[in-house]
Design a protein around this ligand. Structure first.
Ligand code: NAP
Length: 484
């Protein structure tokens, strides 16, 4: 079992109190590196969620001013950075990612508190419009949208909540957060820090964990929650869209991806290969911005493939707590079996296994460590091109012309991240401008950052996180024409 001074309470947090589930039920949390139980946390449902919403609703009229809220953000940033090692250790144990990566995620989370603390005063100031018709002065106020429901996935246990709760607090929104079942511990640690170090009014932040359908259902049913910010699969996002109609709720949806990574014949192949490895194997390939389909112009296909294969063979897989490990385990059996299925499907349709193990040698019931895998001669009818693999698989697909690269890249219903590598800027610009993806790295595999709006097109979602736009997700504009 996990021991940590940041986990004094293995509990939910409602109306300023640490609370168990009404039923007394708990859910076990496991370390994916060894299958051992780390903790048992409350398994809550609709009733606890109702109380959390009511607590948020009650505090709404008394939410403090911008200066106080800015201090909350600064104090949270400082607390996260001061406790980076311990939070990173908890994160590494429940998620499995290498501990350096886990600590990097804590810094990433802190950067969102820092960014919104630094920009919120200007961003939230009312705007006076020039006098136009009707001899009125027009003022646009930025009002808090009210209580916000925040639902997060397991792949960035602290990064994803930071992107939501930092702008929500900046905007003055009380929140009800539901973490993923696999990774509640990092979130509990963050709530403990906020509970101890911030002078928050009761009900300002609430944490419920347990039945996703009961908690999610209550958040969607309640007229007191006008906004839901969700990160996760497109399937659940679509369900939330259906459930939001009765109250016409505002939804921020950060959903699945299927990222193309295009290597043009004039690219710096060394740099492109390094960027691909860093991008693809972050979180063992379980990130929404991981390159999923790697398109390489045929004249450099062999050379680039060899560079990638050499690099992948040098990666070390193991327990994230071991210092020199590059790739940890996958999160669970379903995730493992999906990667295995994609590799088996590709091999059965003619792809070549260039690095990694044959799927027949891998068994999730024995271990969740999946060997980083490279396959060549990949074609578009294979599952790894059509679906998000969410694991350490590099499928290399040759293409002939720029038009082909664009056509193949856009051949998906998703539109989250994409990447283009090539020296000729005008040529690459033409491709970038025609990609239907909210994020397009040019000569970089870099993902989102606190100061930049990030989000998806098409079935990858609606709305943006990060940057000014990320704050505005939690704001209602109120326009006041003043005739006096
Ligand atoms: P998921 O199954 O959709 O779960 C995400 C969250 O939704 C979890 O907290 C889950 O709870 C909850 N949930 C499940 N069913 C629900 C329901 N009926 N009502 C309300 N909440 C519900 O996704 P995941 O497997 O954790 O995450 C992987 C997916 O997230 C991938 O597709 C990835 O691309 C996407 N993702 C997108 C972004 C982005 O920025 N666009 C970032 C990260 C991940 P339980 O854990 O209790 O089931």
């Amino acid at each position: 079992m996990i021991e940590s001074y940041l986990l004094k309470h293995l509990a939910g947090y409602i109306d300023g109190q640490w609370v168990e589930a009404d039923s007394g039920k708990t859910a076990d949390v496991f370390n994916p590196a060894n299958g051992k139980q780390l903790a048992a946390v409350p398994y809550m449902g609709a009733d606890e969620t109702k109380r959390a919403i009511a607590a948020g609703r009650a505090v709404l009229p008394d939410v403090p001013d911008v200066d106080t809220r800015r201090e909350w953000l600064e104090d949270t940033r400082d607390a996260l950075l001061a406790e980076k090692e311990e939070i990173g250790r908890i994160l590494c144990l429940e998620h499995g990612k290498p501990w350096k990566e886990a600590q990097g995620e804590v810094e990433y989370a802190a950067s969102f508190f820092d960014y919104f603390a630094g920009t919120m005063a200007d961003a939230l100031a009312p705007e006076t419009l020039p006098e136009k018709a009707k001899n009125c002065t027009w003022t646009v106020h930025k009002r808090s949208i009210g209580v916000a429901g925040l639902i997060t996935p397991w792949n960035f246990p602290i990064g994803m909540i930071a992107k939501k709760i930092a702008p929500a607090m900046a905007a003055g929104c009380p929140t009800v957060t539901k973490p993923a079942t696999e990774t509640p511990l990092t979130m509990i640690a963050m709530f403990q820090l906020m509970h101890e170090r911030l002078d928050l009014p009761k009900g300002m932040i609430n944490l419920v964990m347990g039945s996703s359908s009961d908690i999610g259902g209550e958040l969607m049913r309640s007229p007191d929650v006008p906004m839901i910010s969700f990160t996760g699969s497109t399937g659940v996002g679509q369900l939330l869209i259906e459930q939001s109609k009765d109250w016409v709720k505002k939804l921020g949806l950060e959903l699945g991806g299927n990222a193309p990574f295009v290597v043009l014949d004039d690219a710096d192949l060394e740099s492109a290969a390094d960027n691909l490895i860093a991008n693809k194997f972050r979180g063992a390939g379980q990130t929404c911005v991981c390159a999923n389909r790697i398109y390489v112009q045929s004249s450099v296909y062999e050379e680039f493939s060899n560079k990638v294969i050499d690099r992948v063979k040098a990666l070390k897989v193991g327990d994230g707590m071991d210092e020199d490990v590059n790739i940890g385990p996958l999160i669970n059996q379903a995730g493992f079996d999906k990667v295995k299925d994609h590799v088996a499907d590709a091999l059965s349709k003619g792809a070549q296994l260039e690095a990694g193990k044959h799927p027949d040698e891998l068994d999730a019931s024995k271990s969740l460590f999946y060997s980083p895998t490279v396959i060549t001669q990949v074609t578009h009818d294979m599952k790894c091109c059509k679906e998000e693999t969410f694991g350490p698989l590099v499928p290399l697909i040759p293409f002939e012309t720029d038009e082909d690269a664009l056509k193949f890249s856009n051949q998906t219903e998703f539109g989250l991240a994409s990447y283009v590598f090539g020296k000729d800027e005008a040529r690459a610009d033409r491709i970038v401008a025609n990609l239907h993806f909210g994020h397009c790295g040019y000569n970089t595999g870099t993902g989102p950052a606190a100061h930049a709006p990030f989000g998806g097109m098409l079935q990858s979602g609606v709305g943006r996180e990060g940057g000014h736009d990320g704050l505005m997700e939690f704001i209602e504009l109120q326009t006041v024409p003043n005739g006096s």
